[in-house]
Write a protein that binds this ligand. Structure first.
Ligand SMILES: Cc1ncc(COP(=O)(O)O)c(C=O)c1O
Length: 502
């Protein structure tokens, strides 16, 4: 690396596989610059081709032979990508504020994670993937203890792993149904002589397959497997032509931002939605009783829709009052991005949720659950792989890094800066932007005009952001995002809004 002074920053080049990165390190002394972890290096994005570029297009052509490529934006060069910067197949260096749909806690190629990837047990698990439902690896108990259980939400001492967020929710619903039936019946299994229960369930009929439901919210997304999809209410194309469970759907509060300026009208809107939740639980008790309520702490894909901590406290109380399971989907909000490991920790609940589901930045899917909803008999929930335990090594190291580098604080601090910066841009481009909002680094702003055009034009200027809901831009950067990265992103957003008709 070559360092030289440039105003009050140090500047260096480094090279990964023939690609030269130009980097500045914050800090005014050479020692500070040298000791700064390379993972937070700040680069100016460099875009050399339209995105997707020729190489990406060529690869899309190959994929098109066996798969529809319409949802692909471009191809990534993961070997060359680093920290907050994604390098694409055409060598464009992109500041990534979306991080593989919010699933990379530490950005690309974190040096400590690379070292973990070389550990024997991890490699061994990759080669000999256990059928965990029956043949778990002998290191599994220790690994779970050092990873998943270190970040278990308060009150939830049980955990089960799954492959992805959809599987996590799908199986969490099953746990809620099992609990509900045991609770109402008074014991876990019908007696062996109750032949009807056992024979009818095999044929999908009552009484063995009871009519029960999960209550979900308009604008929620909980996955794309069939039961999870029945609780997903975002883009129609995810659902069109698919059979769905006919389950109750409550309105999610439509709040005005900034929240602190609209407290009383927002409180009314939340009270309205909570009243509907209670009405639905009562109404459905004859048709398909509600066994559980599933909710995201911030509706992510649905449009970065927030609700107050008070709303969630009251929702939790409703679940207790009606004795239905309270399932919090932290697939996107988990892992420190909101400033706490789990977003529901902000709520100040008197009684913790019954189930908390996770995936994405946790490297593995699954859910935590309390003793109340735990099932007692085997073969009730499980599948062959139940996720991939090799990933727990990465989670373990990530938990250590988040703690050592105080990344929850960084999410809070840089997140506040991001929301404030969005608000400043909103003042400058008052007809184009509104509704800046965020908790930690989980931030968004609404676009009046073509949101998709803004996202596309930003990418063309080297900054990748996501879309959520009908008109929001979502920011889901890594936990090592810094205010200087925010400045770069804001600069490109400003450029787009100044120079492009949206
Ligand atoms: C809140 C939430 N739940 C569930 C899912 C589904 O997760 P997966 O795509 O891993 O199945 C997602 C995916 O974006 C999500 O954001």
């Amino acid at each position: 690396n070559v360092f030289f002074h440039k105003t009050n920053r140090f500047y260096c080049h480094f090279q990964i596989k023939n690609l030269i990165f130009h980097t500045t390190f914050p800090g005014s002394t050479f020692e500070q610059a040298k000791s700064h972890p390379r993972d937070v290096a700040v680069l100016s994005p460099e875009v050399k081709t339209p995105i997707p570029g020729p190489k990406s297009k060529e690869l899309m052509g190959h994929v098109q032979n066996f798969q529809n490529t319409k949802a692909l934006s471009f191809f990534c060069d993961f070997e060359r990508s680093k920290a907050n910067y994604l390098v694409d197949a055409d060598e464009n260096i992109i500041l990534d504020c979306f991080q593989q749909i919010s699933s990379m806690p530490l950005g690309y190629n974190n040096t400590e994670l690379i070292a973990v990837g070389k550990q024997d047990n991890l490699q061994n698990l990759l080669i000999n993937r256990p059928a965990m439902v029956t043949f778990a690896d002998m290191n599994f108990p220790r690994l779970v203890h050092d990873s998943l259980l270190r970040v278990a939400p308060e009150g939830l001492s049980n955990v089960i792993t799954m492959g992805c967020g959809s599987c996590a929710n799908e199986n969490a619903y099953k746990a809620a149904f099992l609990w509900y039936m045991r609770d109402r019946r008074g014991y876990e299994l019908p007696p062996a002589e109750d032949d009807e229960a056992y024979s009818s369930c095999v044929m999908n009929q009552v009484p063995g397959s009871p009519k029960l439901s999960m209550l979900s919210f308009e604008g929620g997304l909980h996955g794309r497997t069939l039961a999870a999809l029945s609780t997903t209410h975002t883009r129609p194309l995810l659902k069109l032509d698919m059979p769905a469970f006919d389950w109750p759907i409550a309105p999610f509060p439509k709040l005005k931002y900034p929240l602190e300026e609209h407290e009383s009208e927002n409180a009314k809107e939340e009270a309205r939605c909570l009243a509907v939740v209670e009405d639905l639980i009562t109404e459905w008790s004859k048709r398909a009783p509600v066994a559980g309520i599933v909710v995201e702490p911030i509706q992510a894909e649905g449009g970065d829709n927030h609700a107050s901590d008070d709303f969630f406290r009251k929702l939790r109380k409703i679940a207790l009052k009606h004795s239905v399971a309270f399932v919090v989907d932290e697939v996107q909000t988990g892992v420190a991005i909101t400033g706490k490991w789990w977003a529901h920790e902000h709520w100040g609940l008197e009684t913790p949720p019954d189930i908390v589901t996770f995936a994405k930045k946790m490297f593995i899917g699954g859910y935590y659950f309390n003793d109340k909803v735990n099932w007692k008999t085997p073969s009730r929930i499980g599948n062959t792989w139940m996720g991939d335990p090799a990933k727990l090594h990465l989670l373990k190291k990530t938990i250590e890094i988040v703690k050592e580098q105080r990344l929850k604080d960084n999410a809070q601090h840089t997140g506040n800066y991001l929301t404030e910066s969005l608000k400043s841009l909103e003042n400058i481009h008052s007809t184009a932007l509104e509704g800046s909002r965020g908790r930690g680094l989980f931030c968004a702003v609404d676009v009046n005009g073509s949101r998709d055009k803004v996202v596309k034009e930003m990418l063309q200027r080297g900054v990748l952001v996501g879309a959520s809901g009908p008109n929001s831009i979502r920011f889901r950067p890594s936990l090592i995002f810094t205010p200087t990265h925010v400045d770069i992103a804001m600069d490109r957003l400003d450029q787009v809004l100044t120079s492009v008709k949206i």
